[in-house]
Design a protein around this ligand. Structure first.
Ligand SMILES: Nc1ncnc2c1ncn2[C@@H]1O[C@H](COP(=O)(O)OP(=O)(O)OP(=O)(O)O)[C@@H](O)[C@H]1O
Ligand SMILES: [Mg+2]
Length: 357
């Protein structure tokens, strides 16, 4: 892979007693679409503001293409940031909003006109150049903000919740739009979002942040299938967590007992006998069957039909809830479960992810 365009090393920022960003190391590659996820207040905006130059780190390095960015003022960095609230100038036309940074930079007029036209085409706002922001829809404002942020041709664009103000349908359309624009320009995008589906849909790589720390980063399927810990497992997608104890380890296999007494064998040999572990199983990996089988038995307490899938919630004798998802293909003759049904709950050993923290 090519050298990273951006390399953060042990970046830290404190506000009084609070470590908003706590030793973050991270690389972004040329042309990469990278998504940063995490709960409110975990430090996402602060991290971006440091990369853009609006906040000074307490310690750590921000290296861009081999150059330390620390002494470089924001407007001289090959980085631009699109803010959580688009921050368009209300009294300026679309055209002038997009041109703003270029005018400030002293770019020749003819060149600015050309660049603005290109940007308007790119974000498909033809015919709206003379309108003011209050004459635009939410989605159109979002496009103006994007065009303005891209006009100076940054090598890295930081987008802080770029779709948060849009309703769900427009959000989904705009996701594809952002991906198209990012591909066309080849600019690296780093996008902050609260929405894990959005992150997985758009990004080649995602990072999950909590309390100023990056808990895990990787390709979406990797983070989903192999979450590093309970927090990541629960944050990215739905998950069932079962407490278990290691009973025996032999010949590359481990036998564990769930608290219900049910035992399972998995292919793994690095666990200690007697250790406690958490088993994570995704709802789509839970198989429900008739209750006469041995094993985990529960009662369906909710069965929600969602078209493509049905989501079921099954209560175990100890009160714990297991979530199961089933595809509703017409061709499949699988049985429909209803509230009140007693069912067995099964999962393949290969669907189990063992979590130790
Ligand atoms: N200028 C500041 N002074 C003091 N505390 C701050 C400042 N900026 C941010 N913080 C605190 O730092 C923490 C991280 O804030 P940040 O804005 O980076 O969170 P975030 O992950 O972007 O959250 P959200 O998803 O809600 O936008 C929060 O606890 C916040 O209150
Ligand atoms: Mg924020």
């Amino acid at each position: 892979m090519a050298d990273p365009i951006l390399r953060l090393s042990r970046l830290t920022k404190t506000f009084g007693p609070l470590k908003a960003v706590d030793g973050v190391s991270l690389e972004i590659h040329p042309g990469e679409f990278f998504a940063l996820l995490g709960p409110s207040g975990c430090g996402k905006t602060t991290l971006m503001r440091m990369i853009a130059g609006f906040e000074t780190p307490d310690s750590g390095l921000i290296d861009m293409e081999g150059r330390d960015l620390t002494p470089v003022p924001p407007h001289r960095r090959p980085v631009n940031m699109m803010f959580q609230s688009y921050a368009l100038f209300p009294h300026m036309s679309v055209e002038r909003n997009i041109a703003f940074g270029l005018v400030q930079e002293g770019m020749p007029k003819a060149e600015i006109a050309k660049r603005v036209t290109d940007m308007i085409d790119l974000v498909q706002l033809g015919g709206m150049a003379a309108r003011r922001p209050d004459q635009l829809s939410g989605g159109q404002k979002q496009r103006v903000a994007l065009a303005r942020a891209l006009a100076k041709r940054p090598k890295l664009l930081l987008l802080d919740e770029p779709l948060a103000a849009l309703d769900r349908k427009l959000r989904e359309e705009t996701q594809f739009e952002l991906m198209r624009i990012q591909r066309e320009l080849g600019t690296s995008f780093m996008v902050v979002t609260h929405d894990q589906d959005e992150a997985m849909a758009m990004a080649q790589r995602i990072a999950v942040m909590r309390n100023g720390v990056i808990e895990q980063s990787g390709a979406p399927h990797q983070v989903y299938r192999e979450p590093a810990n309970r927090f990541v497992a629960g944050f990215i997608g739905k998950v069932n967590l079962f407490d278990a104890k290691v009973l025996a380890v032999a010949f590359g296999r481990t036998r564990l007992a769930l608290t219900s007494g049910v035992e399972i064998n998995i292919e793994r040999s690095d666990l200690a006998v007697g250790a406690q572990a958490t088993l994570a199983v995704r709802p789509e990996d839970i198989a429900l069957g008739s209750a006469n089988a041995a094993g985990l038995i529960g009662e369906v307490v909710d069965a929600v039909f969602l078209g493509e899938t049905s989501q079921l919630r099954v209560q175990l004798p100890d009160g714990a809830i297991v979530q199961a998802a089933r595809m509703n293909a017409r061709a499949s003759d699988t049985r429909q479960f209803m509230r009140g049904d007693r069912v067995s709950i099964g999962f393949a050993p290969s669907a189990v992810r063992v979590l130790l923290s």
